[in-house]
Design a protein around this ligand. Structure first.
Ligand SMILES: *Cc1c(COP(=O)(O)O)cnc(C)c1O
Length: 209
């Protein structure tokens, strides 16, 4: 089975201190179950309804990470299922997640998505904004801030990618938060060298989307 083989080959290379999120977006339940059967328990989805449907249908011991842009009116699909919302990219969203969690008497683990890439279009907090939010985390009682999520510039220039990851690492350290989610199929090795604690890998496990 290609999925299981891909996963097991990757796991041989990934440092044991780094947590692998298998990004299963757009992939069917049978692919997720192939990875599950090979031992994988942490999966990532980027669409709220897709996360909710898969989480409701698949084994309860799967840990789901939400990694996509989240509109406030879709929080209700994510909150019951996500063990970590990695892609909190605005103050407005952070406030809304906190309020929704408080209304349910709970707290949800979140990462702040920080913009470090060269592209203008990428969403997320600037490093300074992220540090300010981390310093005022008490204002969001429904959220437990666990760290920083970032994406490197989409380029083949390894120096550029490494510089982006270093910037993300600086923000994580300055914020005093434990988790740093960065690195995808094409750049996870560099991310691990630069201090990632979580990597998010899709196509290298499940094939092209
Ligand atoms: C799709 C996605 C990934 C995985 O990308 P691959 O290149 O398929 O490994 C990682 N992070 C985010 C935020 C994504 O949307």
């Amino acid at each position: 089975m290609a999925v299981a083989d891909n996963l097991l080959e990757l796991l041989k290379e990934i440092p044991s201190s780094v947590s692998l999120v298998a990004v299963s977006k757009f992939k069917p339940a049978e692919d997720i179950m192939a990875a599950y059967a090979a031992g994988q328990r942490r999966f990532g989805e980027n669409r709220p309804q897709e996360l909710a449907a898969k989480a409701a249908a698949l084994p309860a011991d799967i840990e789901w990470h939400f990694i996509g842009h989240l509109q406030t009116n879709k929080i209700k699909f994510v909150l019951p299922y996500a063990s970590l919302i990695e892609s909190v990219d605005s103050l407005h969203l952070l406030q809304a997640i906190s309020a929704a969690a408080v209304a349910q008497g709970r707290r949800v683990d979140c990462l702040l998505e920080v913009h470090v890439a060269a592209e203008e279009s990428k969403t997320g907090f600037t490093p300074d904004e992220a540090l300010a939010v981390a310093a005022s985390a008490a204002d969001y009682p429904g959220v437990r801030l666990r760290g920083i999520m970032a994406m490197a510039t989409n380029t083949s220039d390894e120096d550029r990618i490494r510089a982006d990851f270093r910037r993300a690492r600086e923000v994580q350290k300055a914020a005093g938060l434990p988790e740093l989610s960065m690195g995808m199929s094409g750049d996870w090795r560099i991310a691990c060298e630069e201090g990632a604690t979580i990597i998010r890998i899709g196509s290298a496990i499940f094939g092209a989307r």
